[in-house]
Design a protein around this ligand. Structure first.
Ligand SMILES: Nc1ncnc2c1ncn2[C@@H]1O[C@H](COP(=O)(O)OP(=O)(O)OP(=O)(O)O)[C@@H](O)[C@H]1O
Ligand SMILES: [Mg+2]
Length: 316
């Protein structure tokens, strides 16, 4: 597996406070890597470090085989970055903004026109291409900034909250574009987001940062197995057997937490862990309960995130 980013014990302080604290991780070629964490966790600082925009206090990193602190310009020719607050020249048109950056990124002159047209169409800005960016809405500016980050077809793309401020359809479109870049074009995407549903859907692996420190790293499935222990299960039994089934479930307090609730002709119970599901089912069957359906709610990254937060805060 090709490693595109290697971070080793990376630390960055601002005024004596560690914004990034002993961070170590690797990102592989072609993966969509999600970087999650609360406001001020150190996500943007990490993105800036990886692009050589700011220097590390200690530790080391390699990005596309280069040291961002030494080879910043060479690196930035191969990476695309959507910063958290992208700036455009608001007096110029979208087309002119892209054309200036195409020059800066060294897009071959002969390809510039076609590339800009492609991107403006991709981001649904073609019919407003010759208007000044100052008159654009927030989401239109964000889409233009995304187009700019992709002008030179970078092999590694950093997206710092790419879909923030986008309407649901545009956000969905950007998610599809991210998937296409990674899955079909084998480009690597490093993204930060507060949208855990989006992260769950898109990311091959995610890292969770708390106060600059890495607190979890893995695929969404690995993290849900590791951190989400309780799960809600819906059990459908025949109407007449509901009271008996409730009694059986109540007699399993080590596996069934709380009171079995009745909803829409089924019972909903909270089970302590995934592995208990067959045991609970076996107990019901042994007690002559006829089970018609058993459906467990799939754990998600949002639950992982809240569990990590609760562990940190010492909440039970
Ligand atoms: N240039 C700077 N000067 C001083 N402090 C900074 C600077 N840049 C970042 N910090 C501090 O570093 C910490 C991490 O900030 P960072 O912007 O990396 O967080 P983040 O995870 O991107 O948060 P958000 O989700 O709000 O974007 C914060 O406490 C922030 O105040
Ligand atoms: Mg940020």
């Amino acid at each position: 597996m090709n490693t595109v980013i290697t971070i080793n014990q990376l630390t960055r302080c601002f005024n004596g406070t560690k914004a990034v604290d002993q961070l170590s991780l690797e990102v592989h070629a072609g993966e969509i890597f999600g970087f999650l964490g609360h406001n001020g966790a150190g996500k943007t600082t990490t993105v800036r470090l990886l692009n050589g925009v700011i220097e590390a206090t200690s530790g080391s990193m390699r990005v596309l085989g280069l040291d961002p602190q030494v080879d910043g310009p060479a690196l930035r020719a191969r990476t695309g970055v959507l910063t958290e607050t992208p700036s455009m020249d608001e007096r110029l048109t979208a087309w002119d903004n892209l054309s200036i950056y195409a020059d800066l990124y060294g897009v071959p002159r002969a390809d510039v026109r076609q590339r800009i047209e492609e991107l403006l169409t991709e981001f649904d800005l073609a019919d407003r291409a010759h208007e000044r960016v100052g008159g654009y809405s927030k989401g239109m500016k964000q889409r233009l900034a995304l187009a700019r980050a992709l002008l030179h077809k970078p092999e590694l793309i950093f997206l710092d909250e790419a879909t923030s401020g986008l309407d649901p359809i545009s956000a969905h479109h950007v998610d599809e574009l991210i998937e296409r870049m990674a899955r079909r074009e084998n480009r690597t995407v490093f993204l930060t987001t507060h949208n855990l549903v989006e992260a769950q859907k898109l990311c091959d692996r995610v890292a969770v940062l708390e106060h600059g420190r890495l607190v979890a790293l893995g695929t969404p499935a690995e993290l849900t197995r590791q951190y989400v222990h309780r799960l809600d299960v819906e059990i459908e039994v025949s109407e007449g057997q509901i009271p008996v089934a409730q009694g059986v479930l109540r007699s399993l307090p080590e596996m069934v937490l709380g009171e079995p609730a009745r909803t829409n002709g089924a019972l909903v119970v909270t089970i302590n862990r995934h592995e208990s599901i067959p045991d609970v089912l076996a107990c019901l069957v042994q007690n002559d309960i006829r089970v018609y359906r058993l459906a467990s709610q799939e754990a998600n990254l949002e639950q992982v995130y809240f569990t990590l937060h609760e562990e940190k805060e010492g909440v039970q």
